[in-house]
Design a protein around this ligand. Sequence first.
Ligand code: BG6
Length: 483
Amino acid sequence: MSISPSREFEEPLTLSANFLWGGAISANQSEGAYRADGKGLSTVDVIPHGENRLKIKLGLEENLAIDPSAYYPSHEAIDFYHTYKSDIKLMAEMGFKVFRTSIAWTRLFPKGDETKPNQKGIEFYRAVFEECQKYDIEPLVTLCHFDTPMYLVETIGSWRSRKMIDHFVNYAKTCFEAFDGLVKYWLTFNEINILLHSPFSGAGLVFKSGENHDAVKYQAAHHVFVASSRATKLAHEINPDNQIGCMLAGGDFYPETCHPEDVWAALNKDRENLFFIDVQVRGAYPRYTNRLFREKHITLQTDPTDTEMLQHTVDFVSFSYYASRCASRQMTQSSEANVVKSLPNPYLKKSEWGWAIDPLGLRIAMNTLYDRYQKPLFLVENGLGAVDTVGTDGQVQDDDRIDYLRAHIIAMKEAVVDGVELLGYTTWSAIDLVAASTGEMRKRYGFIYVDKDDAGQGTGKRIKKKSFAWYKQVIASHGENLN
Ligand code: BG6
């Protein structure tokens, strides 16, 4: 949206009055109850905690049977399936205007390909969204957050197969109809670009030896795009008020030096991720893919109807932001801390898990996205993963998290003054949950502490951290009081 040249330029742009403040979680990292009420197995349910985790997430392990001696964090997580009422009550106490969560595809369709949904799954999510409604909290719902049905992985190779499009669209349609009137903001796929970096958790892909990984990934991405576009079209037909977003794991790449080849390397690393949003916002493949696909020996299998279908583009661009990234012409040394490989940036401090802390990078990312797409943005994940301890007084003093969030909210507001349109902000996470990358509980993100450890031991008791009262005051003051 542009502003008129006749407008007075004396007043800075600000957060809109209906700006959505809140927090986020995902089904697989919080709900647990992984076989309750008929739920089927999804990819995340076969990803154990421990040394085999990364190999499986990257799609390099073909044996995906559950090992009884291993620990699978998603199976119990923080038991949100049973505690959602009291947890949402705490979120309401902080003043949340929006609560982001996801629906587990396998609660509605245990195998993924059924025509009729499991009513128990529908009832659970209706109850969650009605609980939000009770407190005037707007749900923001992701349809697929790193949890593809395992049955579809095993029988058709997940998103390698074009058949996935129909299965996903049936699932999406079921959600739009079942939760019509309760949910208006939808995201189709969480961090869609993570499919390239963590193919099994991102898209249920397991590689066979000797095959061209890039060809498999981009073919899967094509099917995901068509599925997302068809879902977007349907959502708009079912209720024109529905707002559909894409979702990027964001953070710009900085060139390590001003050497032109480093700048070119950074541009290409950015493109690798922005490619996904280019398609979902512009409704067509960008021209640079011609060369990219040729050089990577990729021949996409498409259908003549795809070109038209892709034109059903998203209404807004959502993204996560934890850190900026750094690239050079020689990406030999990489930070092991994140699936999106990046060089260390000597100008930035790091979190305990080695993620660069860069609030200005958020402002840069927001300006990049808005300049490129001219669509409203929604910052749907941002936060600090840190070890929190309960003191002898029973309190959790998470000052580092408050400092992190304060600095990022300031940067976010600066981006709005720069001209970026922003619908809302959901921190990661509303409440402690299982870390997606490592499967740990000790990497905590929430305003609410959950008494559970990396082995799943603990009472599950909830404790309000210091950041709980702080964020409550941030929301109440519409982002003005950040002290
Ligand atoms: C994003 C995901 O990648 O980052 C979340 O959408 C995830 O699911 C978050 O939890 C933080 O990453 P991690 O690995 O620290 O949990």
